[in-house]
Write a protein that binds this ligand. Structure first.
Ligand SMILES: *Cc1c(COP(=O)(O)O)cnc(C)c1O
Length: 408
């Protein structure tokens, strides 16, 4: 693909999403009454009713955006849930207080003591930690599949007790794009549900159209978009799963504050336009990095060097601006860490999806049960923000120029 086509391929889905993001879950003026563009931020815990009967009736409507009690949801939370359900193509969405809480919630809802959870080896690290530290204590067994496993291998790894297959596409740090329709076939063939962490692919990957049963979003990332709030979402494709998920959310007190919901709704309005720019800038930087002699491999789903690239081509309508870089194996971890410390345009810190560029080493501190591309040489992860692309490339150029200097 020539470079202009590549820039088009990574940003097409964002342009297609722009009108929806502006209009979704907004009020329309009715009759002579004016409405604010943005719904007011309503705070509250107690909701008053005219009678006990009215209060009981509200409780029965807990699956239908009913105001019951602040800990079960507020008007802005329900509004944000509608927006995410529309963007993800879901039947219903439940907001959670963080992305990690959103990973936890469907595992609590859809697994029982004695059941088995099959997880991709490249799922978000804290999801794996929750499974190991908490789910195991409650009698759930967990095993990990190589992110590039074949359909036959996956079928062999499923058991009679397998209740959930959980994956993330592309995987955290190692960026393997997953064959979601194949994973759905395997899960459904064993009576299990397929959960997809779709944080990277919001708006450009339609999880339910490709066979997922449940989709997770860390809204903290691109939807909030300004590194100023922590929030998550879980979406489901049918009413039966919605009842189970919603009941579990109420039973475990999953709720997000109205201010966080307002910030996230505001972020969604500009998500496609930020991402059109960030995805193009990211592919420019990724292609430039590929041409550097210090780099052995760029793990960007839109490039053939990324594992699972063909699934990205088949199933995604764009790319986000987070990708991985593998350095040549002759460079040491210490040399890479000095290079990262020398960068001026890239912040060092957890998370991504804000307007600012970030960098983080990914060699140390990740757990893998299977062989991984990230074990081929020192690796780091780049998040491209809204800065001028040439400024970012110039900074990376000075960093890579200095890489071989000093001892490793
Ligand atoms: C960041 C992230 C999460 C967790 O989100 P928080 O809001 O930081 O808890 C979950 N999944 C993926 C893929 C993430 O990148």
């Amino acid at each position: 693909m020539d470079h202009e086509n590549l820039r088009h391929a990574v940003s097409r889905g964002w342009r297609e999403m722009a009108s929806l993001a502006v209009r979704v879950a907004r009020d329309v003026p009715q009759g002579g009454q004016g409405v604010f563009v943005n719904p007011p931020v309503a705070r509250g815990s107690t909701v008053l009713f005219s009678s006990l009967e009215a209060m009981e009736e509200a409780g029965r409507k807990r699956y239908d955006d009913e105001l019951i009690y602040g800990a079960m949801g507020t008007p802005l939370q329900y509004r944000l849930e509608q927006a995410i359900a529309t963007i993800e193509g879901a039947a219903h969405t439940q907001i959670a207080p963080s992305g990690l809480a959103a990973c936890m919630l469907p595992l609590l809802a859809f697994l029982d003591a004695g059941s088995h959870c099959l997880m991709s080896d490249s799922v978000y690290g804290p999801t794996r930690r929750f499974a190991e530290k908490v789910l195991r204590r409650f009698g759930v067994d967990i095993s990990y599949f190589p992110p590039c496993a074949s359909e036959e291998d996956l079928r062999r790894m499923c058991r009679a007790e397998t209740g959930v297959i959980l994956t993330e596409s592309p995987g955290s740090h190692s960026f393997e794009v997953q064959d979601i329709p194949m994973l759905a076939r395997v899960a459904h063939g064993h009576g299990a549900r397929l959960i997809v962490d779709n944080t990277w692919g919001i708006g450009i990957f339609q999880p339910f159209r490709h066979g997922a049963d449940i989709s997770i979003q860390a809204l903290t990332k691109y939807p909030a978009g300004h590194a100023d709030t922590v929030i998550g979402a879980v979406s489901v494709g049918n009413e039966a799963d919605w009842r189970l998920l919603r009941d579990t959310a109420i039973q475990s007190g999953q709720v997000a504050g109205p201010d966080d919901c307002a910030l996230t709704l505001r972020g969604i309005r500009t998500l496609p336009v930020r991402q059109e720019r960030q995805s193009q800038s990211a592919i420019d930087v990724a292609v430039w990095l590929q041409s550097r002699p210090e780099v052995s491999r760029v793990l960007h789903p839109a490039l053939p060097s990324c594992p699972g690239h063909t699934f990205w081509k088949r199933d995604f309508s764009g790319a986000s601006s987070l990708f991985g870089v593998v350095l040549r194996p002759e460079f040491t971890l210490a040399q890479m860490e000095r290079m990262i410390d020398s960068l001026r345009m890239f912040g060092i810190g957890a998370s991504w999806g804000g307007y600012e560029s970030l960098v983080l080493p990914t060699t140390r501190g990740i757990t893998r049960s299977c062989d991984s591309v990230t074990q081929a040489g020192p690796t780091f992860r780049i998040h491209i923000g809204l800065e001028e692309t040439q400024d970012l490339i110039a900074d990376l150029a000075q960093g890579l120029d200095g890489l071989a200097k000093g001892e490793g």
